[in-house]
Structure formats: structure tokens, C-alpha cells
Design a binder for this molecule. Structure first.
Ligand SMILES: Nc1nc2c(ncn2[C@@H]2O[C@H](COP(=O)(O)OP(=O)(O)OP(=O)(O)O)[C@@H](O)[C@H]2O)c(=O)[nH]1
Ligand SMILES: [Mg+2]
Length: 511
């Protein structure tokens, strides 16, 4: 920008600073010289003002072009990546549909893991059966002695698969045992290869230090010196961020990965046994007694065995939303929002999806800058669960602490907060199965143990924390969600999008 010229002064003041003195008119200036000088000064002033105006316009249009930035926060398994996938499904539907095939391995791993969890529970039960059988024979145990807590709640069952009739008879009175039919034992044996398959898929979809899949596709074949130890860079999720330009990954990774150990083949050949296992009443009883609630766990596909184990299985949109793939690091998803009438800005969006485990929380901070809105997910169904990374911490308490931390963060004081009280579907099934919320959340008191009352109670609590902890008053939007549900989530995301675009536009006009 050119320096502005001082207005004329016929007699220079000797006290003036050197710059003013230098540009002051000469003391002996003639009337013609004065006229010319004043015209030049006018012109310079006009140019200076034009430059100022151009800069202002440029700043304004930069701001208008600024992408809308949305950050997804919340603890691990709260539903951040699922929410991101819902955005993808709604706003880049073609890419989302094309990517479905890539999810097959992850879903196969999810299913295989559920089977392994059942096998583990059955083996533990078998050991317990055997234990009581041995005790009944060593005469060292009286059935009248107090036992484990489930002991008195359980109904009496027989130990089967025992060729000693007398022993079986005496153990049959023990309530902590559950009968295993010969067929069940056979099914368990025949499903053993799935343990190996789980390990094989894990080696492909997760780095060695992780115990869950963290990447969608297999790493490129053998560019790394040791193919069994992928680098940590490879461990980061290839991510939804590449929704529009990820087509290179689409060359059916399974084809080259397992020639002789094709997971699809292996899983398909186990189909009948998996079905038998899942529908066996004794298995359900073992799971019930051991409080293994697979239906409410991430990546549950046991109600879709026939479909998921078919040789031509292609994941549906719903499957992709229900699949579990842990986020490591931060993934960015960019997309163009269709322009609608009257919306001159906010067409480019960037959504940041972060990993939610505790060790990853510090990595969120750099993404707090220039954010338009945050969607914070609190899974309210987790009131009776603890964190995977720290079994001493209750998940609901952790969500509340994290919510306080976000509300009171000064860098975020002007950011709009959207709260998704998520997993309401699981909350509903837990409460209707008889689990009492008040047992875990004392302040819930005598309120009715139903999903409507409970979710509204949580909304009031989270909203009060927001009001109390925000450094300055701000806009807050709270929703009760089940983000795996396509119908309800589409409506909620459309409202959230409209709100964010409206506020983004207002900010652009404030410059
Ligand atoms: N039933 C049900 N399942 C849900 C809901 N939201 C998410 N899930 C499932 O919960 C699992 C975890 O969800 P993610 O979206 O991976 O969780 P995240 O917050 O991204 O977790 P990290 O990546 O570890 O931080 C997935 O299998 C989802 O399908 C919900 O509202 N209801
Ligand atoms: Mg995630």
C-alpha cells in the first residue's frame, strides 16, 4: 500500500519529524507548482483508497470461500466414524456405495471376533463344568457352601458329555454348570479354524500394537522390509477422507491377500456351524450368565449370518454403518455440498474424525482452530460399561468429563456445540431387559426406568453442564440419536447441516 502524503503546509516547521520534513512542499513553491502538487496528492489518495477497498473485498470473498469445518468428538466407540459415514452416505452417495465392497474384510473380522468371544465363553464354562465335576469327586466341596454370585440365581443344570453316570448325577445338582451336548462340542471343534482366521485378518487390518482393526484395506504388498510388522504410518486409517479419490484401493484386496486362505471361503464353509452355535439355547444361557451382551457390542453381525457368510456377500449401506473400525489419528473427509438457492457460501465441507481413546485426546487440540461447529457424541447406553483402555473408568463418567472439558475450553468458546446423546437404541434394550439405570447413576433416583425418561434426563444434565461451563453463552443443540439408524439420522444431519451453513454464512457477512 503506498504511503499517504501529508497535506500541504507552506512554511515547514523545524520541529517536524524528518519524514514529514522530506515530503513537505518547498517554501518557495509557485502557485502552478502548488496546483500540480495538490492534484498529485489527490490522485495518490484515490489510489490508496482503491487499494484499501480491494483488500477488504478480497478478505470478504476469502472468508466466503472458507470451507465449513466440522469436528467430531467423543470417547472411543461413541459413534464418531459412524456419523461421518452417515454424512458420506447423504452427501457423496455414489462414492459411499462404491466403497461398500471394501468393508467386507472388516465385517468378516467383526463376525469372526463375535464367534471367538462365544467360543471363549464356552471354554470358560466347560472349565467350570469340569471343575465342579472334579470337586464333586474329590469330596472336597460341599454343594451347600456359598458359591459365586451367579450361583444362587442360576437354575440347576446337568453336566453332559460325561461318561461317568454317577459323577454326572452328583454334578447335575450343581447350579453353576450348564450342559453341553455332543453336537455343541462338535460345533466348537469345527469352528476352531475361525480363531486362526481372526488372527490372520487382524494381521492384515491392524498394526501389531492394536487389538482391533484400524484400516479398511490391506496395506500394499511387501514394500516394507518386514511384511509382518507394518510401520506406524501404515497404521493410520486410510479413512473416509478419501471418499472421492480412493478408487485405487478398490481392487478387491482379498484377491491377492489370501490365495489359499480366502476368508470368504473359510467363513462360508463354517456357515452352518456358526448358525448352530448362535441358535443353541445352551450358548445363550452361557452368554447370559457371563453377561456377554453381543447384540449391544460394536460390529454385531450374528443376526445376519446367512447373508454375511455367502460367497457373493456385498455389504449393504446398513452393514457399513454397523461395522466396527477403530480410528487411529485424525481423518479428514472433504466434500462439496450442493448449492441451494440463497446459500452463496459453505459449499465446501471438511469433517474431521478423531480417534477417541484417551491417549489420542491431546491430538485433538490442533483441530480446534477455525472450526465452525463440533458434534460431540456421548453414548448414553454405556452407563454400565468401563473404558477398554482403562477398566477402572465408567464410560458415562468419562463422557461427562470430556463434555465439561470441551465446554470450558477457551479456544472453543465461540464454537457452536451440537450434542448427540447416542446409542439410544441400545439404551432402550438395556433398560427394557431389566438393567436399572439408578443402580449406576444414583442421581437418577426413583424415575421410571424407560428410554424416554432416561434420555431426557441425560439431555437436561448435559445441557446444564454446557450452560455452567461455557466461558460465554453460546448456541447449543442437543439430539437423542441412534446414528446407525438411517431414517432418523438423515433428518437430524440435515438440520445440523442447515444450522451450520446458516451460522457460517452469518460469520462471513460479519467481516
Ligand atoms: N446400535 C448402535 N450402534 C452404534 C451406534 N452408534 C455407533 N454404533 C456402533 O458402535 C461401533 C463404534 O462406533 P464408531 O463410529 O466406530 O465409534 P468411534 O467414536 O468412531 O470410535 P473410535 O474410532 O474408537 O474413536 C460401530 O460398530 C457402530 O456401528 C448407535 O447409535 N446404535
Ligand atoms: Mg472412529
Amino acid at each position: 500500500m503506498p504511503a499517504r502524503l501529508a497535506s500541504s503546509s507552506p512554511i515547514p516547521d523545524p520541529q517536524m519529524d524528518p519524514l514529514t520534513l522530506a515530503i513537505a512542499p518547498p517554501p518557495d513553491e509557485s502557485p502552478e507548482q502548488k496546483t500540480r502538487r495538490e492534484a498529485e496528492e489527490q490522485e495518490a489518495k484515490r489510489v490508496s483508497e482503491a487499494i484499501d477497498e480491494a483488500l477488504k473485498q478480497e478478505r470478504l470473498s476469502d472468508k466466503k470461500k472458507r470451507p465449513v469445518k466440522l469436528l467430531l468428538l467423543g470417547q472411543s466407540e461413541s459413534g464418531k466414524s459412524t456419523t461421518l459415514r452417515q454424512f458420506q452416505r447423504l452427501y457423496t452417495p455414489t462414492a459411499f456405495r462404491q466403497e461398500r465392497a471394501l468393508w467386507r474384510s472388516v465385517i468378516q473380522l467383526n463376525l469372526t471376533r463375535s464367534v471367538r468371544i462365544i467360543l471363549d465363553a464356552l471354554e470358560a464354562q466347560l472349565a467350570q463344568n469340569t471343575n465342579y465335576y472334579v470337586q464333586s469327586h474329590s469330596n472336597a466341596y460341599s454343594y451347600n457352601q456359598p458359591g459365586p454370585s451367579s450361583f444362587h440365581e442360576s437354575r440347576t443344570m446337568n453336566i453332559m458329555n460325561d461318561d461317568n453316570d454317577n459323577a454326572n448325577e452328583s454334578a447335575s445338582f450343581h447350579p453353576a454348570t450348564i450342559p453341553f451336548s455332543d453336537h455343541l462340542l462338535l460345533v466348537m471343534r469345527r469352528l476352531l479354524p475361525l480363531r486362526h482366521l481372526e488372527a490372520l485378518l487382524m494381521a492384515k487390518l491392524a498394526p501389531p500394537e492394536e487389538d482391533e482393526a484400524t484400516r479398511l484395506t490391506f496395506p500394499p504388498p511387501v514394500t516394507h522390509p518386514n511384511p509382518h510388522r507394518p510401520s506406524s504410518a501404515e497404521a493410520t486409517l486410510p479413512s473416509a477422507s478419501t471418499a472421492n479419490n480412493n478408487n485405487n484401493n478398490q481392487k478387491a484386496p482379498e484377491r491377492d491377500a489370501f490365495n489359499s486362505h480366502d476368508p470368504t471361503q473359510i467363513i462360508h464353509s463354517c456357515r452352518e456351524d456358526i448358525l448352530d452355535l448362535w441358535h443353541e439355547p445352551a450358548v445363550r444361557e452361557v452368554l447370559r450368565r457371563r453377561k456377554v451382551r453381543l447384540e449391544e457390542s460394536p460390529g454385531f453381525f450374528l443376526d445376519d449370518i446367512e447373508r454375511v457368510t455367502s460367497l457373493k456377500y456385498l455389504p449393504s449401506e446398513d452393514d457399513v454403518l454397523r461395522a466396527r473400525l477403530k480410528t487411529v489419528g485424525v481423518s479428514e473427509y472433504r466434500f462439496e455440498m450442493e448449492l441451494s438457492a440463497g446459500k452463496e457460501s459453505g459449499s465446501e465441507w471438511r469433517i474431521y474424525d478423531v480417534g477417541g481413546t484417551r491417549s489420542q485426546v491431546p491430538a485433538w487440540v490442533p483441530f480446534f482452530e477455525n472450526i465452525d461447529a463440533i458434534i460431540f457424541l456421548a453414548p448414553i447406553s454405556a452407563f454400565d460399561q468401563t473404558l477398554v483402555e482403562d477398566r477402572t473408568v465408567n464410560r458415562l463418567e468419562d463422557s461427562v468429563l470430556m463434555w465439561k472439558m470441551i465446554c470450558q475450553n477457551k479456544m472453543l468458546s465461540k464454537v457452536d456445540l451440537v450434542l448427540f446423546l447416542n446409542k439410544c437404541d441400545i439404551l432402550g434394550s438395556k433398560l427394557s431387559s431389566g438393567i436399572r439405570l439408578a443402580k449406576y447413576v444414583r442421581s437418577y433416583g426413583e424415575r421410571s426406568n424407560d428410554v424416554d425418561t432416561a434420555s431426557k434426563y441425560f439431555r437436561t444434565k448435559f445441557s446444564a453442564i454446557q450452560r455452567e461451563y461455557s466461558p460465554i453463552p453460546r448456541r447449543f443443540y442437543g439430539y437423542l440419536t441412534s446414528v446407525t439408524d438411517i431414517t432418523t439420522t438423515s433428518g437430524i444431519l440435515a438440520s445440523v447441516r442447515d444450522m451450520i451453513v446458516r451460522e457460517h454464512l452469518k460469520q462471513s457477512r460479519l467481516i
